[in-house]
Ligand binder design. Structure first.
Ligand SMILES: Nc1ncnc2c1ncn2[C@@H]1O[C@H](COP(=O)(O)OP(=O)(O)OP(=O)(O)O)[C@@H](O)[C@H]1O
Ligand SMILES: [Mg+2]
Length: 243
């Protein structure tokens, strides 16, 4: 379990302070998909970056199974697979398996070949295997980034907008693969604006609004409470965000 206590981030830009994430506490349990949702600039990426150690929190602690992972050494961190915003999660001059080998090598892994092949198949990358990633489409590059993160067999999976700009089929394939990961008892956090993804994959929706986080339950609970009888998640979301 990830236990987050009083975590916050204030950036300083041109002498001014910006409270990107206000202090919050929550427990994140394995085997569920947590979806971070909210307007642009609400603090989702900043929170994900704090969780994977790329941004230092201004306040707070994060513990993984009771072990402090901010104050502790790098070794005390759980193995984490992350796909961040943008297209630079992979090495563009390497092929798909070479990228996977590269990232697994950084984590000191070997013997990951069978797992890598499984993810290559699941994500429909088998016909692109021998192509340098710089020649792949954006959607396929995103799938490669996901294949690298998943092959690590990490305890924590952090995905920032994994379906951004992808066609419906690729987005659905990625969602199905993420859903499949639930059975492996990982911590899974996904930031997304994709309401279909939320409806089909989220177990816990965490709403971000002006740097404030609120866990709201399942999409179905949210729709029942805030959807005004409409069965689209976006209707309930708009009602929530405007209130
Ligand atoms: N490195 C940085 N330095 C200063 N301010 C930053 C930095 N990164 C983000 N911010 C600011 O922090 C706030 C939260 O940004 P963040 O990227 O976390 O939002 P987000 O919820 O991920 O938005 P989006 O939906 O657009 O991806 C914004 O006001 C943003 O401008
Ligand atoms: Mg973001």
């Amino acid at each position: 379990m990830l236990s987050i206590h009083n975590l916050s981030k204030t950036y300083q830009v041109n002498g001014k302070y910006l409270e990107a994430v206000k202090p919050f506490s929550m427990d994140i349990v394995p085997g569920k998909v947590y979806c971070f949702l909210g307007p642009n600039g609400a603090g989702k990426t900043t929170t994900i970056k704090m969780l994977c150690g790329l941004v230092s929190p201004t306040t707070g602690t994060i513990a993984y199974n009771g072990r402090d992972i901010i104050g502790g050494s790098w070794i005390s961190r759980p193995k984490t697979g992350a796909v961040l915003e943008g297209a630079r999660n992979i090495n563009w001059r390497l092929t798909v398996p070479e990228n996977i080998d590269y990232f697994c090598g950084l984590h000191g892994l070997s013997g990951h070949r069978i797992r890598a092949e499984q993810y290559i198949q699941m994500l429909g990358l088998e016909n692109h295997k021998n192509t340098e990633c710089r020649y792949l489409s954006r959607g396929n590059q995103q799938k490669v980034a996901l294949a690298c993160a998943l092959t690590l067999d990490a305890e924590v999976l952090l995905l920032d907008e994994p379906t951004l700009g992808l066609d419906i089929e690729i987005a659905r394939a990625i969602m199905e693969v993420i859903n499949h990961e639930k059975s492996k008892n990982r911590i899974i956090i996904v930031s997304t604006h994709d309401t279909e993804f939320i409806e089909l994959a989220a177990d816990e929706v965490v709403l971000f609004k002006n740097g404030i986080l609120k866990p709201l339950g399942t999409p179905q609970e949210i729709m029942a409470k805030h959807g005004n009888g409409d069965n689209r998640f976006s209707t309930a979301y708009l009602q929530l965000i405007r209130s």
